[in-house]
Design a protein. Structure first.
Length: 531
């Protein structure tokens, strides 16, 4: 320690000053993780903050027009406009007119800049502050290449509507497709749902006024009603209002994954259906994500100073090391674990024990988020029949009448058992079992349910090639959709590659869940089996 002290306290002589002004290539370095959805959200956030700063004195309208043929984008808002003295905030990284202690969204001073540059090579911004003059700021990639010159001309132009800003983008960096446009609409519906639920806020995309997409789709079983845990987290800089709304949804969504933890900060959705170890999903906690916990949903809402929000700079994820998140993490994990247990404990009984209760009220509980705060949670179900026992109970009549369905049921039970184990290759085995179960189900249907007699030689010829099986099954009115047949062929191809190719393909948990759900749906149609 003494040596280090001597080294770092040697005599020093002033030489000069270094210029720490960042090069404009900084912009290109900070847009790598930006896509259409994230960029548009940054521009909407900017309008929202401007509107909030102006006291929400009038309804806010945000209009987005994307021309797919011309590959141009125009976004307009009437949030108040940008004052002439603050025009530099549009291009200078780190500059922002927002008060970080306000309940706003943007505080980092980089969102609008990297959003427009991530989207386009040619940017034009017109803004009229209230009823004052209208100014134009424009720049392109040529300006970005002038690395050491941050000066930028701006112009006085004919007035646009007062209190408005228009951002026009052309020379888009990547092709915007119809699918991307639809995905953008759905993303905005969810991200700004709490604002869209108000009468004084509107987003229109290519003439389509967006409606809110909320996730409070609760069931109200008497013993497991949704509960709102609420309290304040105290910090030196101020208090944050925190609410955790937990419950069971009135429908299962294992394929789309719409379960887990949702985070809203100052009414903006930051992340949806989060299923990470940091919020309680993992061995020894709530378990790994699985269809049997797909009813649980936990919605975390935080309101307070923007500089205390635990979001990342693009507001697309939660920063787990943030001091606010750390303060609520212990209680949040306990809530996630308990509602996962409840969902799992009621599996097999969801229709009568959960989905049946469509109406009710949300319970409320004051919660001290500081360490040791007492948390009242509903008890998990006392007992739950094992999966194979529960489906035997639900299908007893069918199994007695049609004993050949027992083996089909066994294929689903085997998949459930293997999928819940933790070993390499379990997903590959699951896919092989599922596809074999489906193929056997097709055979049992033709032999036992079709009403047509098939000779052994006919069956052998049909089942020699999978596409012949498909053609034969399609002769019967089972109402298997074309999209389902496409999926069946997709997963059959995966099975064939696993069995016949030299290198085995990877299979994800989501693919196993998706194929299992599809096969269960087909078994219901063929044999009226229940899952």
């Amino acid at each position: 320690m003494i040596i280090l002290f001597i080294i770092f306290n040697m005599q020093k002589k002033f030489v000069g000053k270094l210029d720490g002004t960042p090069g404009k290539r900084l912009f290109l370095a900070i847009i790598a993780d930006y896509n259409l959805n994230r960029s548009i959200c940054e521009l909407i956030d900017n309008g929202l903050d401007n509107w909030i700063t102006h006291g929400k004195s009038h309804p806010l309208n945000i209009n987005i027009d994307i021309d797919i043929e011309q590959q141009t984008l125009l976004i307009m808002d009437n949030s108040g406009g940008v004052e002439e003295c603050k025009l530099k905030n549009l291009i200078s990284p780190g500059e922002t007119g927002n008060d970080p202690c306000s309940e706003i969204i943007g505080i980092f001073g980089v969102g609008t800049k990297r959003a427009v540059i991530a989207l386009a090579k040619d940017v034009k911004i017109k803004s009229r502050y209230e009823n004052q003059k209208t100014f134009l700021v424009e720049f392109n990639d040529d300006w970005l290449q002038e690395n050491n010159d941050w000066s930028l001309d701006y112009f006085l132009i004919d007035d646009i509507e007062q209190s408005t800003t228009q951002i026009f983008l052309q020379s888009i960096r990547y092709a915007i497709t119809k699918d991307m446009l639809q995905q953008l609409k759905e993303h905005l519906k969810a991200t700004y749902a709490k604002f869209l639920n108000q009468q004084n806020f509107k987003i229109t995309v290519n003439g389509d006024q967006l409606t809110p997409l909320l996730f409070e789709n609760w069931a109200y079983p008497p013993e497991y009603k949704p509960t709102l845990y609420k309290g304040n987290v105290r910090m030196d800089e101020g208090d944050i209002k925190v609410q955790i709304l937990a419950g069971l949804s009135k429908e299962s969504s294992p394929a789309t994954g719409e379960y887990g933890v949702y985070f809203y900060c100052n009414n903006r959705l930051i992340v949806r259906s989060l299923k990470t170890i940091q919020v309680g999903f993992g061995t020894g906690l709530a378990g790994k994500p699985h269809p049997n916990v797909s009813l649980m949903r936990v919605i975390v809402t935080m309101e307070g100073s923007a500089n205390l929000m635990p979001w990342n700079s693009s507001k697309s994820d939660i920063y787990y090391e943030h001091k606010i998140f750390k303060k609520i993490q212990e209680q949040l994990i306990k809530i996630v674990i308990q509602y996962a247990k409840i969902s799992r404990g009621l599996e097999g009984l969801w229709p009568e024990k959960v989905f049946h209760y469509k109406h009710g009220n949300v319970l409320e509980q004051e919660l001290n988020f500081e360490a040791g705060g007492r948390l009242h949670l509903p008890p998990a179900p006392r007992s739950k029949p094992r999966f194979n026992e529960s489906i035997k109970i639900k299908n007893k009549k069918i199994l007695d009448q049609k004993p050949w369905t027992k083996g089909l049921m066994g294929g689903i039970v085997a998949t459930e058992y293997i999928f819940n184990k933790d070993f390499d290759g379990k997903n590959r085995i699951s896919i092989i079992i599922l596809d074999s179960t489906l193929e056997i189900a097709f055979k049992e249907f033709l032999v036992k349910e079709s009403g047509v007699h098939y000779a052994d030689s006919q069956l052998a010829a049909i089942f020699k090639q999978r596409h012949l099986v498909e053609l034969e099954i399609k002769k019967y009115p089972l109402k298997i959709s074309n999209s389902d047949w496409i999926k069946i062929r997709h997963y059959y191809d995966i099975r064939s590659k696993l069995v016949h190719q030299r290198a085995s393909v990877g299979v994800t948990d989501a693919e196993v869940e998706d194929y299992r759900n599809l096969i269960e749906k087909i078994l219901k149609k063929m044999f009226k089996l229940k899952f």
